[in-house]
Every structure is written in structure tokens, then in C-alpha cells.
Write a protein that binds this ligand. Structure first.
Ligand SMILES: CC(C)(COP(=O)(O)OP(=O)(O)OC[C@H]1O[C@@H](n2cnc3c(N)ncnc32)[C@H](O)[C@@H]1OP(=O)(O)O)[C@@H](O)C(=O)NCCC(=O)NCCS
Length: 156
């Protein structure tokens, strides 16, 4: 059992190599590197770390015109051996606050955060709901033919 203290922070360029490993399931190395570069330079990636080790992620970005005050959450993932200890919940809390702070800093009214969540992902759905997100739509098979996706949305 892992009992260490998990710290939540924002990813920097120093985290790039570890993030490449964390997302190695994206099998195309060139596309993966571009994606991770984007996660760090254009988007915001929130990390859960056990010491220096990345054990969870949540990344978000501004959607469309920043003045709309809308953000999307993606890449909500905690390593299997670290699940069930509050890390996912901490990532979501940090993420919601970070979105609010970002828009506030730019004097934009934060309006909504949304996320696509697989219908069968009961733990993720429970956590989004716990953090005030509501299911607003079911969109059918979007990212895979095996899983139906839902859209969850938080009104800020
Ligand atoms: C979703 C995920 C990030 C959550 O991370 P985590 O660190 O385990 O989350 P936490 O420990 O903070 O919270 C787990 C919660 O799920 C609850 N839970 C556990 N099993 C559950 C189940 N079968 N159904 C509903 N809720 C469940 C726990 O009770 C806990 O809720 P609580 O805080 O109200 O007690 C992690 O499970 C994961 O990486 N899953 C695979 C990837 C994934 O599905 N990502 C979401 C894509 S949108």
C-alpha cells in the first residue's frame, strides 16, 4: 500500500520527460511529443506527484474565444496503485480553482468547465458529480466504438 504524501502542482518544462512516459500509451512518438509540448506550453497540466514521480494528471485548456470563459478538462488519470486515496479529487479541486484564477487574472468572467466522460467510468462520474459537474448530454460513441461518452459541465 502507498502511504506517501501526494502533492498537487502545475507541470513545467522540467516534467516533460516524465509526461512522455506517463502518456506512452499514445503509441506515435512524434505525435506524443507534440501533444505533451502543447500540454505544457499552451494548455495547463496539473500533476499529482509522489516525491518526484508523476502519479496523476488533469490537463485543461481555454475553449474558443477566451472571453467566453469556457474551459475543458482532459487527461484525468491516476496510476492504478495510487487510486482510491483522494488524489483524483485533489486534482479536480485544484483544476477548478486554477480555471477560476486564470480567468479572474485576465478579468474574464469564468462561465463553464466541461469534460467528456465515458458512461461506464463510474469513479470518474462520481468525482465530477461530487465537484458539482452535471451531466448535460450523452453523445454516443465519440472516442471509441466501444464506449458511449457523456458531457459533464460545471457552471461556475
Ligand atoms: C477517475 C480517477 C482519476 C479517480 O482517481 P482516484 O485517485 O482514484 O480518485 P479519488 O480517490 O479521489 O476518489 C475516488 C472516488 O470514487 C469512489 N468510488 C470508488 N469506486 C466507485 C464505484 N465503483 N462507483 C462510484 N464511485 C466509486 C470512491 O468512494 C471515491 O469517492 P469519495 O471521495 O466520495 O469517497 C481514476 O480512477 C482513474 O485514473 N481512472 C481511469 C481513468 C479514467 O477513468 N479517467 C476518467 C476519464 S474522464
Amino acid at each position: 500500500m502507498i502511504l506517501t504524501d501526494i502533492k498537487i502542482s502545475l507541470a513545467t518544462i522540467d516534467d516533460k520527460n516524465q509526461l512522455l512516459l506517463f502518456f506512452k500509451h499514445y503509441s506515435n512518438p512524434e505525435l506524443l511529443e507534440r501533444r505533451v509540448d502543447c500540454y505544457i506550453s499552451h494548455n495547463f497540466t496539473i500533476l499529482a506527484k509522489d516525491g518526484d514521480k508523476i502519479v496523476g494528471t488533469l490537463q485543461w485548456y481555454v475553449k474558443e474565444d477566451p472571453n467566453c470563459g469556457v474551459a475543458e478538462f482532459e487527461e484525468f488519470h491516476v496510476l492504478e496503485e495510487y487510486r482510491g486515496k483522494g488524489t483524483g479529487s485533489s486534482l479536480l479541486s485544484f483544476g477548478v480553482q486554477h480555471v477560476k484564477d486564470y480567468f479572474s487574472k485576465h478579468k474574464i468572467k469564468a462561465r463553464r468547465i466541461y469534460a467528456f466522460v465515458g458512461k461506464e467510468r463510474e469513479v470518474a462520474r462520481h468525482l465530477f458529480e461530487k465537484h458539482g459537474f452535471k451531466q448535460i448530454s450523452e453523445v454516443g460513441n465519440l472516442f471509441s466504438d466501444d464506449e458511449i461518452d457523456l458531457i459533464y459541465c460545471l457552471e461556475i
